[in-house]
Design a protein around this ligand. Structure first.
Ligand code: SAM
Ligand code: SF4
Length: 474
């Protein structure tokens, strides 16, 4: 296997989600205010929390104490990560699926679904459409099917990287697909992927069994639970966790996510790069069970508690949510959002203003164009970023560095965010967004201390504006 990354001896798969322990943590008496504040202080002192400490925050109930958790999450986000928000878009490649997940319109029993797998030519067309809007980072999404084997996924990744339109190029490709075996991950690593995401959907075993029939591949809880462990063992170093909130009690799921993150950290010395927290959405041919749907208030608690519990991990808020909800939740520690998203197969060239439910996995809450989202982010004081520099410079684990290395954000993150924003303003922005962006770049520059970093940044910004240079990063 010449050139293939070395595969570590696989760890023995075992079920590290201790259901009785997690449930026990949620059934004790309410924690007192002193204990809650102690744990908030630990997190603000930049220490990751244990599952037991996270459970204390989850059990905090009185509105004033929950407000303190919100305030702490806002503060941690502001102090540590600043105002950057990274933008990406999803690209659905194929919706054939052998599974029968009760919540998903791609399930095999859903006969009313339009099934489609994009050809390589169609993938190129979608990528051109995305590049022409200004995107630099994509997540490719697949159903689970023998057609979407590792070789197919790797070829698709290569096609995406090879597709260029004007100054447009995709610089980071992440994957959301079925769990693979070690050889499968190794093959995909060779194509140069960023993050491999697998959502456990629910960590609660009986619920998992209820929504994923046992006679389907996804019915195997343990194989999925160890999906990202195998990815690490096969040489990937960048993985994303997730829960589909709304299937079971959100409190249990938050503890499941933190248990999983700590397990990866313990076994492989690297935590997850990102955590996603999709909320269940209406979908074609799906009857939503409303028992565990998460309210906006509890959703805010989930994000704030995750921010405090796993401070080194990026948090992704998707366009499943409406613009209003996204706007409100962003401040609690979200680091990435998708924008200008369409999830119909072929949606970036074929979809109109309305969503077509028979052609998409679920209904999106926010289908505003990228330019509109960029303008709103800047109005709200955020610095939109398309930066891919850490990953391309081999600085993996950037959230850890952002968090722990003094000056890392000033030296790398803010300058790179500004460089990618300037590219966007030159090549894709509407006149209004461009004016707002130019003002923001000037404002951010004024905040930077005089010195070598600022001088180098100003020189590169001038190169982008005047010499039409692109892809300059630190
Ligand atoms: N098919 C692969 C798998 O299941 O692992 C790839 C992921 S699937 C295409 C993307 C994710 O969409 C799922 O992991 C699930 O969390 C989420 N999803 C499915 N149905 C949903 C719904 N009705 N509302 C919101 N998210 C949903
Ligand atoms: Fe298939 Fe994934 Fe949908 Fe389940 S969630 S039916 S595996 S596409």
């Amino acid at each position: 296997m010449c050139g293939m990354p070395a595969i570590q001896i696989p760890a023995k798969a075992y079920d590290f989600i201790d259901k009785a322990h997690l449930s026990g943590l949620l059934s004790g008496k309410r924690p007192d205010a002193g204990r809650i504040r102690e744990i908030i202080a630990k997190s603000l002192a930049k220490e990751a929390l244990s599952v037991e400490e996270t459970a204390v925050l989850v059990m905090a109930h009185e509105p004033e104490l929950v407000e303190e958790i919100f305030a702490a999450a806002r503060r941690l986000k502001q102090q540590v990560y600043g105002n950057r928000i990274v933008l990406f878009a999803p690209l659905y490649i194929g919706n054939n699926c052998v599974n029968d997940c009760s919540y998903c319109s791609f399930k095999r029993s859903n006969k009313g679904m339009v099934r489609r797998t994009l050809t390589q030519r169609e993938i190129r067309e979608q990528v051109v459409a995305l590049e022409d809007k200004g995107h630099k980072r994509l997540i490719l999404v697949f159903g689970e099917h023998k057609q979407y084997d590792p070789r197919f996924i790797a070829d698709t990744v290569r096609t995406v990287y090879a597709t260029r339109s004007g100054h447009g190029e995709i610089r980071r490709v992440n994957i959301n697909a079925a769990p693979l075996d070690h050889e499968g991950y190794a093959a995909i690593k060779e194509a140069g992927i960023g993050t491999y995401q697998i959502f456990q959907e629910t960590y609660h075993h009986p619920t998992y069994a209820r929504v994923h029939p046992g006679n389907t591949p996804k019915g195997d809880y343990l194989y999925r639970l160890h999906g990202l462990s195998r990815a690490f063992e096969a040489g990937l170093d960048d993985v994303g966790l997730g829960v589909l909130f709304g299937l079971y009690d959100w409190r249990f799921e938050v503890l499941g996510l933190v248990s999983h993150a700590l397990h990866l950290q313990h076994c492989y010395n690297v935590g997850p790069h990102t955590i996603s927290f999709p909320r269940l959405r209406p979908a074609h041919g799906v009857e939503v069970d409303s028992r565990y749907l998460v309210s906006d208030y509890d959703f805010k608690r989930i994000i704030a508690i995750l921010r405090l519990a796993v401070p080194y991990t990026g948090l992704i808020l998707t366009a499943r949510e409406t613009p209003e909800v996204r706007r409100e939740l962003m401040a609690f520690g979200v680091s990435q959002i998708d924008a200008g998203s369409r999830i119909e197969l072929g949606g970036y060239t074929e979809a109109g203003d309305a969503q077509v439910m028979e052609r998409e996995q679920f209904c999106l809450g926010d289908i505003r164009p990228l330019d509109e989202v960029m303008a709103e982010l800047m109005r709200d004081g955020y610095l939109p970023s398309f930066c891919t520099s850490c990953y391309r410079s081999g600085r993996t684990g950037e959230h850890f560095m952002e968090f722990t290395i003094p000056g890392f954000i000033k030296e790398f993150c803010t300058p790179n965010a500004l460089l990618t924003l300037q590219e966007y303003l030159e090549d894709y922005a509407s006149p209004g967004t461009r004016a707002a962006g130019e003002a923001l770049v000037a404002e951010e520059l004024a905040k930077l201390r005089d010195g070598d970093v600022k001088d180098a940044l100003c020189a590169r910004l001038a190169d982008i504006r005047e010499k039409r240079r692109r892809d300059c990063y630190f």
